[in-house]
Design a protein. Structure first.
Length: 136
């Protein structure tokens, strides 16, 4: 249903988000169901659903957020097998481009949509966390 008038420029209370928000999720990118990028035409990145465990039971739904990849922790391996996270393997030697962490902190942060839940359109039996954005 279309709103009766103009939308407010900012949603939510003036005091800011209420707990448990904002949430910070992190984890490796894992193999999804193999249909998101193909059917949406937009790259998707799945992270393990247990990344939500610190926040208790998060309601399933679609959320706005921001996402970033930390290139200092991953390197691309062209001939990786299917068990590895989309060709990315965690390394133990983080490096900064300029050596100044503060300077690089927000360099690769992008707006995204997070789909948390079972995705009723596809009738998923397994809960998933999918980030849909222009990371790639």
């Amino acid at each position: 249903m279309r709103p009766a008038g103009a939308r407010e420029p900012v949603a939510g209370p003036d005091s800011g988000p209420e707990p448990p928000y904002p949430m910070k999720l992190s984890g490796p990118v894992i193999k999804g169901f193999g249909r998101g990028s193909k059917e949406l035409g937009i790259p998707t990145a799945n992270i393990p659903p247990d990344s939500l465990s610190a926040y208790g039971e998060v309601e399933s739904g679609v959320y706005y957020g921001v996402a970033a990849l930390d290139p200092s922790k991953f390197k691309y391996i062209p001939d990786s097998n299917e068990n590895e996270a989309n060709g990315a393997v965690e390394t133990q030697t983080p490096e900064s481009k300029s050596g100044n962490e503060d300077e690089n902190e927000h360099e690769n942060v992008f707006p995204c949509v997070l789909s948390i839940g079972y995705n009723p359109f596809y009738k998923n039996a397994v809960r998933s966390v999918v980030c849909i954005c222009g990371l790639v």
